[in-house]
Design a protein. Structure first.
Length: 279
């Protein structure tokens, strides 16, 4: 008889991808996982995924955050500036991040949290897992041309999604055994109807670039959740509640797959296949 006294359940990591307002779907994903007792042991986020991950790991009520955002106008979050390095200074948003994360450092986050940004000078992804959380998240959301880049210790950072929209590898490097990736990109690079406005052309260009750099990284996930978000406005608060619900419904639809894959991992590693409840 097989000895199962030392059964091993996987440390489940959640890789929350970039996607601007579409990233609010992460709230629905997390809700669905919690309702089904899928324990989240590690979280790594990029851009909007970094915001949601930081709020979750610092103990915030994500559902409340979603409701508040849905009632606010987009301009209330933003401090538009004369374009120099970006349209939005980001100081107002960073102040909100300090308040919402309760000024916590990475070593105070539970479960453990990290986020990624792009070192603009070196052209490489950097994983933030030490120091103040809010400052690192501000770097992670610095969408080129939209938010001004963030200087940290003499290094200029832009949005982590520039190189890695869904941080699968970074999540695994945190010690996660089983990584669930959440890709909230909309178009995936397929043909789309666009108008010729400069704003739409710019946003569509970001989508196409993200689709190219995401593909290889996404293949490293043990399971990938891709909510259908093509109809969600990328920089608007109008569809937030619908966006959250789409994330929830897609995760519920994939729940059998999620549990089966976790069970398969557990059996492969001499476990029982049982999912241990947890936060």
């Amino acid at each position: 008889m097989k000895d199962i006294t030392n059964k091993k359940a996987p440390k489940i990591g959640l890789a929350l991808g970039s996607g601007s307002a579409r990233g609010m779907a992460h709230i629905g994903v997390i809700r669905a996982l919690q309702e089904n007792s899928i324990p989240i042991s590690r979280v790594c986020g990029c851009s909007m995924g970094a915001i949601i991950g930081a709020l979750y790991c610092s103990g915030n009520d994500l559902e409340m955050f979603g409701r508040v955002c849905a009632q606010m106008k987009t301009k209330e979050f933003l401090d538009i500036t004369v374009p120099r390095r970006g349209l939005i200074k980001g100081e107002r948003f960073e102040s909100l991040l300090h308040m919402m994360t309760k000024e916590k450092t990475f070593d105070q986050m539970e479960p453990p949290f990290a986020c990624i940004a792009c070192d603009l000078a070196k052209g490489e992804t950097v994983v933030f897992d030490q120091g103040g959380v809010a400052t690192a998240v501000r770097a992670s959301i610095s969408i080129p041309g939209i938010f001004e880049p963030k200087w940290i210790n003499g290094v200029l950072y832009v949005d982590g999604g520039t190189l890695c929209p869904v941080p699968i590898t970074a999540t695994r490097s945190m010690g996660a055994d089983f990584v669930i990736g959440v890709d909230v990109g909309a178009h995936k690079g397929e043909p789309a109807n666009i108008d010729d406005s400069i704003w739409h052309v710019f946003l569509r260009s970001l989508d196409v670039m993200a689709a190219v750099v995401t593909k290889e990284e996404n293949e490293k996930a043990d399971l990938l959740i891709e909510p259908p978000l093509s109809d969600i406005a990328q920089y608007s608060t109008e569809d937030i509640e619908h966006c959250i619900e789409l994330g929830y419904q897609e995760t519920i639809a994939r729940m059998a797959d999620i549990k089966n894959e976790i069970e398969k991992w557990s059996h492969t590693h001499n476990g029982t296949g049982e999912i241990q409840p947890g936060r």
